[in-house]
Design a protein around this ligand. Sequence first.
Ligand code: NAD
Length: 422
Amino acid sequence: MATVEWRSPASEMAVKQFEIAAGKLNLDKNVAERLRRPDRALIVSVPVMRDDRRVQVFTGYRVQHNDTLGPFKGGIRYHPDVNLGEVSALAMWMTWKCALAGLPLGGAKGGVSCDPAELSRAEVQGLTRRYTAEILNIIGPEVDVPAPDMGTDEQVMAWVMDTYSQHKGHAVPGVVTGKPVAIGGTVGRREATGRGVVYTIGEAAKHLNIDLVGATAAVQGFGNVGSVAAKELADVGVKIVAISDKTGGRYDPKGLPIQSVIEYVTKTSKSFTLEGCPHGERITNAELLEIQCDILVPAALGMQITAQNAPKLKCRLLAEGANGPTTLDADAVLREKGIFVIPDVLANAGGVIVSYFEWVQDLQNFFWTEDEINKKLRAILTKSFYEVLDMSRTEKVDMRLAALMIGVERVSRAMLWRGLYA
Ligand code: NAD
C-alpha cells in the first residue's frame, strides 16, 4: 500500500505493481521498504499574474523517486488532475523505465495542477518560470533533469532552461530535455516517444505474426505521443481507423488520412484539437477503445482501460503510449483474453531514451544526426523488448510483470552495491 502522504488511485496502482514484482523477485525486504516510497517530494505554490492582473496561485509538485543509477529524470505535466499521488506514481514508473532501458538515470516527475488550455501563452510562461524558480534548488544537469509530458512542449522546456540559466548566470542547456534544437535540444526528441511506440509494435508484430501492412489501429490521444505514433504507424502501412483527443474521436474503417488530420489540428483548428475535423465520423473516447482493430494505442491519460471496458476490447495488441493507462484489474482480463500488452515502461520509453541522448549531447557540446539518434533508439528498444519477452517466457509472467521485474531488479542490485548511508 502507498504511504499515506502519497496515497491516490495512481500511486496505489504503482505500489501494488511494484509489490507484485518484488514478491516474484523475492526482493531484499530492506530494499523493498525503501523503494515503495519516493526519495523526496516537494510541493510548491506557484503565483501567476493572469492577463487581467489578478494573481492566481497554482499548486506544483516535483517528486524524486530514486536516483541510485544516476540523476533523477522525468517529465513535467500541466493538467487539472495533477496531484501528489499521481506525480509520485509517475516518478516511480520512471525509475523502472530508465533501469529497464539501461540508462544511467533515476526516476522523477513534476507537474502543476492547471488547465493550460484556459491560460494564455503569457500566463503559461509566467507559470513555468515561477514553477521552475520554486523547484530550482532540487533540479540541475547533475541532479534532476525535467522533460515534457502532457500539457507541456518544447516552448515550455525553453522557458525552464532560460529561467534556470538566468539564476545561474550562464546558459545551462543540460538542465532540461525536449528543448528546441536551436538552444541545445536534439533532433528526433519531439518524435521519439511515438516513434519508439511504433518500433516496439514492430517487434511485437513479428512475434505475433501480424503483418503491419494492412493491419488496423486505433489511437487514443492526438498530442505529441498519439499523433506521432499514428503517423509512424501509417508510414509503415497500418490503417488508422480511429483517433481521439479530449474533444472526442473520429472513425473511418477505410483508414483516416493522418497527415491531413495533423495539418488540421496544428494549422486550422484554433484550439489545436480534433474539434470540427472534417475527416471520419464522430465517436466517443469510450467507443474508440472498444473498436475492432489489430493494434490499440492509448496515448492520453492513465486508467483508461479498466475491469469494466477490458472485456469489450477487440484488439490483438495493446501498446501503451500513455503512462499507467491500464488498471491492475484490467490487466487480469487482458491476460485471460490473450491480448498481448507492450507495457508503458517499455512502449513509451523512447521519450526518455532520446532525452538521455539530448542530455549526453548537451554535456559534451557535441551533437549527433537524426539517423544516429534513430538507430541508437531502435537498438535500445529492440534489446529491451527481447529482454522483457525472454523474462516473460522464462518466468511465465505477462509482459508488464516481466518489464517491472527487470527494472526493479536492476535498481535493487545497484542499491545493494551502494549500501545504506546512515
Ligand atoms: P500531449 O499534451 O501532447 O497530448 C495529450 C493528448 O491527450 C491530447 O490530444 C489531449 O487532447 C488528449 N486527451 C486529454 N484528455 C483526454 C481524454 N480524457 N480522452 C482522450 N484524450 C484526451 O501529451 P503527450 O506528451 O502526448 O502525453 C500523452 C501520454 O503519453 C501521457 O500519459 C504521458 O505521460 C505519456 N508520455 C509522454 C511522453 C513524452 O515524451 N511526451 C513520454 C512518455 C510517456
